[in-house]
Design a protein around this ligand. Structure first.
Ligand code: PLP
Length: 436
């Protein structure tokens, strides 16, 4: 079996393992004593992506021999500093920004917090208001809620049933005291792309700062901060084949933020703390690779995603697509399987080697249905029956074939124990229900 080196390192059950059978210490209910080796397929790239080999290679020296502190004036320090500045150029180039407009952080969550809190706190207005949408990531939603507790008014604009916000609704939410509009670029659960250009125009006309969380669009679709008209844009390395725990914040020149943290003069006084040099080099390399691969990769991944989606729709009854099918990033498919319980589906697929998800990784385990799926009008049972497949650079046609070979049987098994499905099947197709 063809197991590429990258896969082999990811795969807890390598096909060429002479153990063949492994024990794995997952918490209950995922703990199962003995699992035969099997092909493993990763369709959860919106949760995180594997590190690309070229990213790992670029990072390695900065974890070993080039270990200097970028603030030191000696040779070691200057090597680290030069590597950071190269990465800054690489990230800037990916989004058509200037290197001086890029600040490195610990990831998407910190960048969102720094942008939103930093902007609102820098405003001297007596009354402050922010506009955002109901489908933002918790890194934005919870930051807004924290600001509400400090007296900032926030409007959470609804989205349409296709998972896309109407720019007219954003415009209607603006008040004289609005200091910030925050709308994500691509939604992490549905993949839907928001109309940032139109919203950017509205923000400019009204002279309001515009922030976007571009964690799920960076590297998947082209980004040009000038075209989008954004003042603040957030990137996370681990969603584009870079390492975890590092991200970037684009801050348009002449935008003033109050820093979240206090400390040294790093990042031109915009973010204190000794720089994560290897992580930043990883992000820069990942950004460069994304820029080079994007045109070809986005088409290739979209073709795989579409084949997976149409294959499922053709082979399984009672499946619907959540979110706009045309206006979405190329790698994401969010499907609703009638009379399926999402967590059960994810576990059953995992037992057969396919990793997918019920939605955002950060809210898995929560009993509440996804706020994104609720916002597009799904009933709680429909939201709980929804599954996100998110493909990536290391997926192949064979992965799609493997999933399509397994999935109908998994759905059938799960539905066979659902009394609601049995009732439905009896109405539609009496012979489909066993009499025993
Ligand atoms: N924003 C979006 C849309 C995300 O999908 C995520 C991660 O899932 C984040 C922000 C948080 O990024 P990080 O994991 O780097 O903190």
């Amino acid at each position: 079996m063809d197991v590429r080196p990258l896969r082999a390192s990811l795969n807890p059950f390598p096909a060429n393992s002479n153990e063949g059978i492994r024990r794995i210490d997952f918490p209950l209910p995922l703990r199962y004593a003995r699992i035969p080796s099997m092909r493993r397929v990763y369709f959860d790239n919106n949760a995180t992506t594997p590190l690309a080999p070229e990213v790992f290679e670029a990072m390695r020296p900065y974890l070993m021999e080039d270990y200097g502190n970028a603030s030191s004036i000696h040779w070691f320090g200057q090597r680290a500093k030069a590597a950071i500045e190269k990465a800054r150029e690489q990230v800037a180039r990916l989004i058509n920004a200037r290197a001086s407009e890029i600040v490195f952080t610990s990831g998407g969550t910190e960048s969102d917090n720094a942008a939103i809190v930093g902007l609102v706190e820098a405003s001297r207005a007596e009354h402050k208001h922010a506009v955002t949408t109901a489908i933002e990531h918790p890194a934005v939603l919870e930051t807004m809620r924290a600001l509400e507790k400090r007296g900032v008014a926030v409007t959470y604009v609804r989205v349409r049933s296709n998972g896309v916000v109407d720019p007219a609704d954003i415009a209607a939410a603006i008040r004289p005291e609005t200091v910030l509009i925050s709308v994500m670029h691509a939604n992490n659960e549905l993949g839907t792309i928001q109309p940032l250009e139109e919203i950017g125009r509205i923000a400019r006309e009204r002279d309001i700062y515009f922030h976007t969380d571009a964690v799920q669009s960076t590297g998947k679709i082209p980004i040009d901060v000038e075209k989008l008209g954004v003042d603040l844009l957030v990137i996370s390395a681990h969603k584009l084949y870079g390492p975890k725990g590092v991200g970037a914040l684009y801050i348009r020149r002449s935008t003033t933020l109050r820093p979240l943290m206090h400390g040294g003069h790093h990042e031109r006084d915009r973010r204190p703390g000794t720089e994560n040099v290897a992580g930043i080099v990883g992000l820069g390399t990942a950004a460069e690779a994304a820029r080079m691969h994007l045109p070809v990769e986005s088409e290739r991944v979209a073709a795989l995603r579409d084949r997976l989606e149409s294959g499922i729709l053709a082979s399984v009854a009672g499946v619907g697509v959540n979110g706009d099918r045309a206006r979405r990033v190329p790698n994401t498919s969010n499907l609703r399987f009638d009379y399926i319980e999402g967590e059960g589906f994810v576990i059953a697929m995992d037992l057969r080697g396919i990793a997918c998800s019920t939605g955002a990784a950060c809210s898995s385990g929560s009993l509440e249905p996804s706020h994104v799926l609720s916002a597009i009008g799904l009933k709680p049972e429909q939201a709980r029956a929804s599954i996100r497949f998110s493909l990536g650079r290391f997926n192949t046609g064979a992965d799609v074939d493997a999933a399509l070979a397994i999935l109908p049987e998994v759905v059938e098994q799960l539905r066979s124990v659902s009394p609601h499905w049995r009732k439905e099947a009896a109405i539609v197709q009496p012979s489909a229900v066993s009499k025993t």
